[in-house]
Design a protein around this ligand. Sequence first.
Ligand code: HEC
Ligand code: HEC
Ligand code: HEC
Ligand code: HEC
Length: 396
Amino acid sequence: MLGGLYKKTTYLNEYRKTQKNLIVVDSGDLLNEHYKIKDSFISSARLKAELILKIYKSVGIDAINVGELELVLGVDYLKDIEKKYDVPFVSANIVDDKNQLLFKPYVIKKIENLNVGIIGVMGNSPDVIKLMNDNVESSLTVLDPVETVQEKIAEIKDKADFIIVLTHDIMNRNWKIARGVEGVDVIVGGHQKLKLKTPYNPKNNFIVESGEKGQYQGMIEIEIASDGTKTATNTLVPFNDKIIDDKDVKKMIDEYNQEVTKMYTIGTAEKEDTVAPRSIRCNECHEEAYGGWTKTDHAKAFQTLVNKNMQFNPDCLSCHTTRFEEAGGFTVTAQEKDLRNIQCESCHGDSAAHMEDPSVVPQGNPGMETCIKCHTEHRCPDFQKNYTQEWEKIKH
Ligand code: HEC
Ligand code: HEC
Ligand code: HEC
Ligand code: HEC
């Protein structure tokens, strides 16, 4: 996710050199990707949120819709950073127990001779409401998004010539707004993470959505004819190696890594693996499996993080250590030397009882379900398709 930010900055800065009429928005779920954040990790999650905000500020973000993943970080906290970094959070339909809006409902931004109103709304489909109920402070209520957009457009119609709505729900709800509310020009959808190459065009307006985890820059270019007809060209620009990394952002990310390191270092944690892995005890009886495992990259996955100085970052450790933060597993603060890397128990599960008594057998064939907790669709797109070959590479 952070990787894309180097390139987003380069791309948008270049684009702005030739095209000043640019509006940059985000539809939410930008600052955090975890629903449950343990108390011990909330500080690093917030530090990362602030890093992302600072980078978005530097590329000139015009509005950020508030998604439920932002709210997971804490409402008071969001209010604090809104002030601290002067962030353009928008949300027109999340209210507190006194029926007061938490954030500005919209912003109005002038480009050339056009006043652009940008309204943010949270979704209210059952799935989104469930996520809100399960993960977010219970005192909040989500008002009807369609009615809200209608009201807000009525409120700003004299001040804004063009309306962008940032939404946070499943696609059919976007159609409801696009069709049902007069005056909507563009809807930028979020939450569902669809990759729409061609925008939907419900009625002289457009719906776009551009994937997830900062893989693409969604760029919709709109021309408005004198009779008000709009035409649009949409591109999903992939953040690949064709776009060079921005140096200033790289510095910001390096500083962030150092801060995270400081947060979790308890003084003595050493970098090298000088203690034998817990798995060496399996070697006594499973020599072949052990020997096979030591040759795989799983046996050096922690060193990979050390090489990047990321061994204190919980966002990385979860997949590069053994049973991260599970009972008896690797923890970020203690940095247990014998639980570094992806050892036997990452796949076969807690084997403490088996060590006491070999007839208590651990999971014998963990299967693909175990692998894809780390080899996610996003990181390893072809993993599931090529499972047999992937297993062959680490077979024991
Ligand atoms: C706890 C997380 C995790 C689990 C579970 C996991 N992997 Fe991995 N795997 C990784 C990481 C991280 C790397 C990269 C290690 C490195 O280079 O630092 C990796 C690398 C690999 C590689 C390339 C390395 C090589 O030695 O050629 C293969 C193949 C692989 N895994 C297959 C699997 C299979 C098959 C499973 C399930 C049976 C699995 N992995 C389960 C995290 C995991
Ligand atoms: C969701 C699980 C997951 C998380 C979280 C994760 N990784 Fe990995 N990482 C993997 C897997 C799986 C691979 C192996 C990919 C492959 O072989 O295609 C890998 C490979 C790598 C590699 C390449 C290793 C090589 O030999 O080239 C690096 C570097 C790396 N990860 C660093 C990180 C850093 C830094 C973080 C934190 C920002 C991180 N990873 C977070 C699962 C994860
Ligand atoms: C990346 C995941 C992963 C890791 C790490 C891993 N295993 Fe396995 N292991 C598997 C899978 C998957 C199978 C079942 C493969 C099959 O039978 O198709 C297996 C099978 C086994 C078997 C049964 C083999 C047989 O012939 O019946 C033993 C014993 C075993 N592993 C021990 C270990 C030991 C000991 C370690 C650590 C040194 C280890 N494994 C590390 C995934 C893993
Ligand atoms: C004292 C010897 C001993 C040690 C140490 C030991 N095992 Fe075993 N393991 C066995 C025996 C014996 C079996 C077969 C049990 C049975 O089938 O009743 C077994 C079975 C297994 C199986 C299941 C294989 C299958 O076919 O289902 C796995 C997986 C496994 N061990 C993993 C581990 C891991 C991981 C460790 C280290 C954490 C470990 N073992 C340590 C003796 C040992």
